[in-house]
Design a protein around this ligand. Structure first.
Ligand SMILES: Nc1nc2c(ncn2[C@@H]2O[C@H](COP(=O)(O)OP(=O)(O)OP(=O)(O)O)[C@@H](O)[C@H]2O)c(=O)[nH]1
Length: 349
């Protein structure tokens, strides 16, 4: 992994290792080859701890070329099958840095040389990519900080045009699972505001337990869906990432009038969770039990107002009614004449 300081090399090294293990069942070794900034070694070691993954590091007076050679030996001894080398960054490209990287490359003959570029640096990112590629013949680019801002997509187009090297991955957040395989056509759709259904499906597949989802669907159809189930479903959606990011993936969502200025306040989800968690198991199964004193108790327990609890319970009942009507319609039984199902109207939907 090569790139300028702060581009996101160290974070991306951790993300990539995490992806290799999670998705491809590999055993990576992280190597700290930046001896100029002791903090960089610490940072990689912390990442290794977080991921429970081995990190190879030596003292700051060691030679980076020796470090990577030793790391390769270490990986063989430990039967680790991927070695990710986090090299030193500089504020600007300089000859010393390039010489060191060239030496490392000659020594270990890596399968990939990934240039990590901060997509928010615009034209600068393109210049950086061009010079690194000229001197080191990179094999691919990883664009970081593409989260929530499609302007970074412009950098992707220019880097590809200038270096003719593929963009392999995109960093889409600070967390260690926020990396995606880069798909140019999906990026193009996002830039054009056309959404990205494939990424949405992938997120759902990774984070939603299919069997549980089927069971919940069955419960919805048979109107036995409880507040507990609702809580669980909310958790699954939450695992997929911030709601506004999910909305960006839905085709046309940015053009929907009602959604245009909706602020997806994650706090509201936390409030709903707190309210449901303050209920007893029985109350969650049978919301009809909820009399005034129970509502007061739940308000106290969750730190929310009674009117919020009333609203949630009302909306939950409406949702159940709507599910029933939809099921009836699907089964050709037609819902009650003249009554159209109301739209889902949960605070965060
Ligand atoms: N939002 C966002 N932040 C990111 C992403 N990737 C990295 N960062 C942040 O960018 C900052 C710099 O990342 P590092 O991994 O320390 O960068 P580096 O290239 O290793 O920097 P040096 O070790 O100084 O060479 C950190 O605060 C990261 O959390 C990303 O995809 N999205």
């Amino acid at each position: 992994m090569i790139g300028l300081q702060g581009a996101g090399k160290t974070t991306t090294t951790g993300k990539l290792a995490n992806l290799l293990r999670k998705k491809y069942n590999r055993k990576p070794l992280l190597v700290a080859a930046d001896v100029y900034r002791p903090a960089a070694i610490d940072q990689l070691e912390t990442l290794g701890k977080q991921l429970s993954m081995p990190v190879y590091a030596e003292d700051t007076d060691a030679n980076p070329v020796d470090i990577v050679n030793n790391a390769m030996e270490h990986a063989k001894e430990e039967h680790l099958d991927y070695v990710l080398i986090d090299t030193a960054g500089r504020l600007h490209i300089d000859n010393d840095l390039m010489d060191e990287l060239v030496q490392i490359k000659q020594n270990v003959d890596p399968d990939e040389v990934f240039l990590v570029v901060d997509s928010m640096t615009g034209q600068d990112a393109v210049n950086v990519a061009e010079s690194f590629n000229e001197q080191l013949e990179i094999s691919g680019v990883i664009l970081t900080k593409l989260d929530g801002d499609t302007r970074g997509g412009g950098a992707a187009l220019s880097i590809k045009a200038v270096t003719d090297k593929p963009i392999k991955f995109a960093g889409v957040g600070e967390k260690l699972d926020q990396i995606e395989v880069f798909h140019p056509e999906r990026m193009a759709s996002r830039i054009l505001g056309m959404g990205d259904v494939l990424s949405l499906i992938e997120k759902a597949q990774e984070n939603v337990d299919e069997k549980r989802a089927k069971e919940l669907e069955e419960k919805m159809r048979t109107a036995t869906f409880t507040l507990d189930d609702f809580l669980e479903q909310m958790g699954q959606v939450k695992n997929m990432g911030p709601l506004d990011e999910l909305m960006d993936l839905i085709p046309g969502a940015n053009k929907m009038k009602g959604l245009k200025n909706v602020d997806f306040d994650e706090k509201q989800i936390a409030h709903v969770e707190a309210i449901i968690q303050s209920m007893t198991t029985k109350e969650r199964q049978e919301p009809s039990l909820m009399n005034a004193s129970r509502r007061k108790r739940i308000a106290k327990g969750s730190g929310r107002s009674v009117s919020e609890i009333n609203r949630l319970l009302k909306q939950f009942e409406e949702m159940k009614k709507m599910m029933k009507q939809m099921t009836n319609m699907q089964q050709g039984k037609k819902g009650k004449k003249g009554k159209k199902p109301k739209g889902l109207n949960f605070p965060f939907m």
